[in-house]
Design a protein around this ligand. Structure first.
Ligand SMILES: [Zn+2]
Length: 282
């Protein structure tokens, strides 16, 4: 048997060298049983040979194809990431849909229909958060789905670079609406640390539930501490109040804190904690 195998190997080498006009060695199954010593005489890399000997050739081809496909996918995904998304990832923030793909995302500052009237995110389409906040948001989605499987969280803004915060501040500076926007000179707000999220509820079609005002409404009707009065005065329906209460309930249970002046805004930590332990996004 060893002599026969030796002949097989020699023939394969001869073909490889082009002596029989064959483009590549065609090795019969018997080659797989060649001894280590015989294999070393054939192959210049014994380590590879020892490894390769244990894997059938067809499986080896499959492994190589999968490896190449994974490399191509990773390179394509990276190439498709916007510069802002790449910056977020480099700083350690995570795309919330990579944590829970059922969470809906529709960034309001990637469109002009926000309180500034401008498109502020030229290239960002994904919602990024600090990993701890992203995990908590996924927990909120899980809690929501447990009692209301037909509903979903829908994120309108999350981590926000400080230079975007500056553009927002510029539109309200010197007006009564400046109470709704954090001043970058004072360190910005928790969005700038990836520790706050603007979020609402949507149905299975992605349509947002009525909450009394649209997200980003800078005014008293968006406040959460006067909802009962607004319901009595007919400024907020009982259903809109219930929708807000459901949103606050799941977000609070997941560890977020509501903001008095914006029903859609939730902080994961305090501003003091952020300044003490984290850096804002430039
Ligand atoms: Zn916010």
């Amino acid at each position: 048997m060893p002599m026969e195998l030796k002949r097989v190997v020699r023939r394969a080498v001869m073909r490889w060298k082009g002596k029989q006009n064959s483009p590549a060695p065609i090795l019969p199954d018997k080659f797989k049983t060649v001894s280590k010593k015989q294999c070393r005489s054939f192959h210049p890399c014994p380590r590879f040979c020892n490894f390769a000997q244990r894997i059938p050739m067809t499986d080896m081809r499959t492994i190589l194809c999968i490896f190449c496909a994974l490399c191509t996918t990773a390179l394509t995904a990276h190439a498709q990431s916007s510069p802002t998304a790449q910056t977020m990832e480099r700083l350690g923030f995570v795309d919330i849909r990579s944590v829970d793909s059922t969470i809906q995302v529709s960034l309001m500052y990637a469109r002009a229909d926000n309180f500034t009237g401008q498109v502020l995110y030229d290239d960002l389409r994904e919602a990024y958060l600090h990993p701890k906040a992203a995990q908590a948001l996924a927990k909120a989605q899980h809690i929501l789905k447990t009692t209301h499987p037909e509903l979903s969280l829908k994120v309108f803004d999350a981590a926000r670079p400080m230079h975007i915060q500056q553009k927002m501040w510029n539109t309200v500076a010197g007006t009564p609406k400046n109470i709704y926007v954090s001043n970058p000179k004072n360190g910005g707000g928790l969005h700038n640390y990836g520790m706050a999220v603007d979020v609402t509820l949507c149905d299975a079609k992605g349509d947002t539930l009525p909450m009394g005002t649209h997200i980003d409404y800078l005014g008293r009707q968006a406040h959460i501490d006067t909802e009962a009065d607004m319901v009595r005065r007919g400024q907020l329906t009982r259903q809109e109040q219930k929708n807000r209460q459901l949103l606050r309930s799941v977000m609070r249970e997941a560890g977020f804190k509501a903001l008095r002046t914006e029903w859609w805004h939730f902080n994961f930590i305090t501003r003091a904690q952020a300044k003490a332990h984290y850096k804002p996004i430039p």
